[in-house]
Design a protein around this ligand. Structure first.
Ligand code: AQP
Length: 354
């Protein structure tokens, strides 16, 4: 059965990249298949989080989902730590995944930097928890930004290794479903689906406004590098005005953006916000200087983001309602994950005596 799972970390500074690369893409999926969207607070604590801030930011991401149009009647919305099956399955996956797989993860290398010895074990094992997030619901589709591609490949590897390691047991217990892609190495029945990444659309990789070769990121020390979802109109305009560009006019065709990372990024942002293609945007703005394009981009960004920011603030004022959405979502999520973990315990050979 097709099912969508995705998550956003409540690590502060929710930005345009998170919005265009992930959150806004959740909305149309709600009408296509069952959808589960989490605020992944257990991922957040892989680096230090102030506890009070973590609670506030968890509500803020929830508010961003709701303000963007994720509907708690259609989708399950919950914070990860309220559904214990994530942690339990992550432990089992810690024992399925190999050290060598995790050592190849570029995000760990980037985040741990030169001091990997001081990084938390959680930061290293992060992709196993992400695999558990997805597979606790046997989700088949995962809409994320381009930076998560490697982690999703690892999720596929974990699912495949689990399906292979326990192939006989899965069959014996009658818990398998036919493998849609049987090969001579893969079993004909599997338990976990081999998840499809959904990394599509114009905005899977929004770059920093200060450096077109770095992705826009919550943790960039420069606030000018990103447009936060909570920025007001003047701040958005100031950040776009100060965004790094080159001295050339905009080209008339997409090919002309090659080698011009900053220009490409601004055109991409415009296209994604306007729901148009880059080619279409360049038909309108080709030949114009950034002094003309930037104000148009600011105006569009404000037009699209201001109603959402206002709505987020309104939602955040009523924390009891936000918490009620999360509580209800957690119950509905647990109702799906509990039977999956029950199966997994039997598959692995854990004795259940009560
Ligand atoms: N720059 C981006 N462009 C497009 N999509 C992006 N995403 C993140 N940055 C961009 C997508 O947003 C979703 C949520 O991301 P996350 O909260 O899990 O954390 P992250 O990927 O680590 O994002 P950040 O903002 O860059 O945080 P830090 O600075 O902590 O690393 C994901 O679907 C992600 O792909």
């Amino acid at each position: 059965q097709p099912r969508v799972f995705s998550g956003v970390q409540p690590t502060g500074n929710l930005h345009l990249g998170n919005y265009l690369g992930a959150i806004v893409r959740f909305v149309p999926l709600q009408d296509q298949m069952p959808t589960i969207f989490s605020i992944v607070d257990m991922h957040a604590i892989t680096v230090w989080q102030d506890p009070a801030e973590l609670m506030k930011q968890t509500r803020e991401v929830t508010a961003a989902y709701l303000a963007a149009g994720v509907d708690p009647k259609k989708s399950i919305i919950f914070n990860q730590s309220q559904v214990k099956e994530h942690a339990e399955l992550a432990w089992i996956f810690n024992c399925v995944a190999r050290m060598g797989w995790l050592k190849r993860m570029t995000q760990f290398k980037d985040k741990a930097g030169k001091h990997a010895e001081n990084a938390s074990v959680g930061l290293f094992a992060y992709p196993n928890l992400m695999a558990a997030d997805i597979l606790a619901y046997r989700a088949t589709h995962v809409p994320v930004g381009d930076d998560q591609k490697q982690h999703l490949e690892l999720t596929r590897d974990i699912a495949q290794k689990f399906n292979n390691d326990f192939a006989d047991r899965i069959k014996e217990l009658g818990l398998g479903v036919p493998n849609p892609e049987p090969t001579h190495e893969a079993p004909d029945e599997i338990y976990f689906p081999v998840t499809e990444p959904m990394i599509t659309g114009p905005a899977t990789r929004i770059m920093s406004l200060r450096d077109g070769n770095k992705k826009m990121s919550k943790s960039d020390p420069s606030d000018l590098s990103r447009i936060n979802l909570t920025d007001d109109q003047d701040t958005i305009a100031k950040k776009i005005k100060k965004a790094k560009t080159d001295p050339e006019a905009l080209p008339s065709e997409v090919d002309g953006l090659e080698g011009r990372a900053e220009a490409d990024n601004l055109v991409r942002i415009y296209a994604a916000l306007a729901n148009r293609t880059k080619a279409d945007v360049l038909t309108e703005f080709g030949g114009q200087q950034f002094s003309a394009f930037k104000p148009a981009l600011s105006e569009l960004a404000v037009e699209k983001l201001a109603p959402m920011t206002d709505e987020m603030r309104r939602i955040m004022d009523d924390t009891a309602s936000v918490d009620a959405v999360l509580r209800d979502g957690a119950e509905r999520a647990a109702a799906i994950a509990e039977p999956v973990l029950h199966d997994v315990r039997r598959i692995v050979g854990f004795l259940e005596s009560r």
